[in-house]
Write a protein that binds this ligand. Structure first.
Ligand code: NDP
Ligand code: 3PG
Length: 496
């Protein structure tokens, strides 16, 4: 059970503690932040509202701990990460319980998130040992005018203190996807978890604590992003920010100083369906891609663009599947569960009402109880409707009927987002042409968008992000290249 057994020390009474210098502490602010259960709409947990002074102290201890960690052998760093992964998986049940209560993630998916996170940590440890164990050796005489008098040795060195800010929808997985690469690369980490999902993240951090990482290397600051966020992201002690979330990422980018940024932001992932597609495959992917975790995935299918001639058939198949989705509490492992907050539900409702007023065809009746919104497929959506462009982050999926592939590509490229997209056709050559034309970070051919497997590159174009994630790319992003040049008194050629 959450907050009991090995996790008993992370909570004091009914308020969870924050993590600093290897210890769980209450904030001197004396204030806490309630976490509202999306299903009951009542306070489920409370976390500390950390103060600016506490952040200052954390930044200092992070810096000190990082200097020592950078001198820890790679194999040793990897060993500790493997240990943390095993502990995390061992305690998947209480962590999954938090995900169910804090973010209404269906019970099975909650367990999957924790197990996937353990696997991600282990893979990162392996990958880091390989990639960081190699550098480059260059000789000077390949550049005009030079003799071979200079040997250049390059290696990868840590950036320093990494600030990790994940979103509510994967508070464990999108936290470890930042923490593990940072640590294997010799950095320290300051985690600011999302408020909804903070308690799951605190449990995850305790697994790293139990694995025996040095004091101060990992810190976890809780508090509302709107209160503590700017202070954290603009803190001079931060050497890199890895952020996943919404528009907040754009304002962080505008304010951050000269430090590397990794940003994974929103998306309006489109699904283009051509006439020759396997329509059963299409329907299965639209429903899974559009409605899993109630559409609260950045990679969810958020717009379907179907060629007019097959649109009726696809809509019919999708509706038949939507009718079978179970709707209810996450504890019952329903397909559709309450969305994360009331304001999120209100936002989604606003998009639905706008579409209704402007004449979209409702394939199902719109139904909402509290934060629970029944799945809704909206046909005959037109570009003047907000839902054609905005991201509902909920179980509402619009369809635009198109007359040509070019019309579909044009719509995708007119979006300010460019995270992922997908195209369904049996003509692979055509699919590749469409992929090339779409201005998005990843295009899936004959499958719905997805981030995983977690070692694949994952990136957004335009307002969907900066840089690339995925295990290997994240490790590379969290190091800088250092060169040492050996200057020889006379040219030296091997086997001359
Ligand atoms: N591309 C991707 O990989 C993903 C993108 N997203 C996008 O994120 C959005 C939904 O997620 P959501 O969690 O609500 O996103 P938000 O951008 O609201 O929050 C993300 C994180 O930022 C924190 N935060 C809020 N304000 C600030 C601030 N001023 N400075 C620093 N940090 C801050 C939040 O903390 P707090 O919770 O305390 O407010 C949270 O930890 C959607 O738009 C979705 O598309 C989501 C998942 C993945
Ligand atoms: O934040 C998100 O929503 C994820 O990065 C998407 O991950 P998924 O494709 O594995 O659900």
């Amino acid at each position: 059970m959450a907050g009991t057994g090995v996790f008993a020390e992370i909570v004091d009474g009914d308020v969870y503690l924050y993590y600093t210098e290897g210890e769980w502490k209450p904030s001197s602010s004396g204030k806490n932040v309630p976490i509202i259960n999306p299903t009951t709409m009542k306070t489920q947990y409370k976390v500390q509202a950390c103060s600016q002074e506490e952040v200052n102290k954390i930044m200092e201890s992070s810096k000190t701990a990082q200097k020592l960690w950078a001198k820890t052998p790679l194999w040793k760093r990897a060993e500790l990460l493997h240990k943390a992964a095993a502990i995390l998986k061992e305690h998947k049940a209480p962590i999954a319980e938090c995900l169910v209560k804090e973010i209404a993630k269906p019970a099975k998916d909650a367990v999957t998130e924790v197990v996937r996170s353990g696997d991600l940590i282990s893979y990162t440890a392996e990958e880091g040992v390989r990639t960081l164990g190699q550098g480059k050796f260059l000789v000077s005489d390949s550049f005009p005018g030079n003799e071979r008098t200079k040997y250049c040795l390059t290696s990868k060195v840590p950036l320093g203190v990494i600030l990790a800010i994940p979103p509510f929808n994967y508070p464990v997985n999108l936290a470890v996807s930042k923490i593990a690469p940072a640590l294997i690369a010799g950095n320290s980490i300051v985690l600011k978890p999302p408020t909804q999902g903070a308690v799951a993240a605190l449990h995850m951090v305790h697994c790293f604590h139990l694995a025996g990482f040095p004091k101060g290397l990992i810190s976890c600051v809780t508090g509302k992003g709107s209160v503590i966020g700017d202070f954290l992201t603009m803190h001079p002690g931060v050497n890199c920010i890895s952020f996943t979330g919404g528009d907040t990422g754009v304002s962080i980018s505008n304010k951050a100083g000269m430090i590397p940024l990794q940003m994974e932001l929103g998306g309006k992932d489109a699904c283009i369906v051509l006439e020759d597609a396997d329509l059963d495959l299409v329907a299965a992917n639209i429903v899974k891609g559009g409605f899993s975790y109630s559409g609260q995935r950045c990679t969810a299918v958020k717009l379907v663009l179907i060629m007019e001639s097959i649109a009726d058939a696809v809509v019919k198949k999708v509706n038949a599947k939507v009718a079978k989705l179970t709707v209810g509490p996450p504890e019952d492992d329903c397909d559709i569960t309450p969305v994360v907050t009331e304001s999120s539900a209100n936002f989604i409702e606003g998009l639905v009402m706008d579409a209704k007023q402007k004449g979209a065809t409702f394939c199902q009746e719109y139904k909402r109880e509290g934060n629970l919104i029944w799945p809704l497929f909206l046909d005959n959506v037109r570009p003047e409707m907000r839902i054609a462009w905005e991201e509902p982050f909920g179980p509402v999926l619009p369809v635009i009927r198109i007359k040509s592939v070019e019309e579909g590509i044009h719509h995708c490229n007119a979006s300010n987002f460019g995270l992922q997209g997908c195209v369904f056709t049996k003509d692979i050559a055509k699919a590749i042409m469409i992929s090339d034309a779409m201005e998005s970070g990843t295009i899936q051919i004959n499958s719905a968008p997805a981030r995983g497997p977690d070692h694949f590159p994952f990136q957004g174009f335009k307002d969907s992000g900066i840089g690339s994630q995925g295990i290997t790319n994240s490790i590379e992003m969290m190091v800088k290249v250092k060169s040492t040049v050996i200057n020889l008194p006379s040219p030296s050629y091997t086997m001359g």
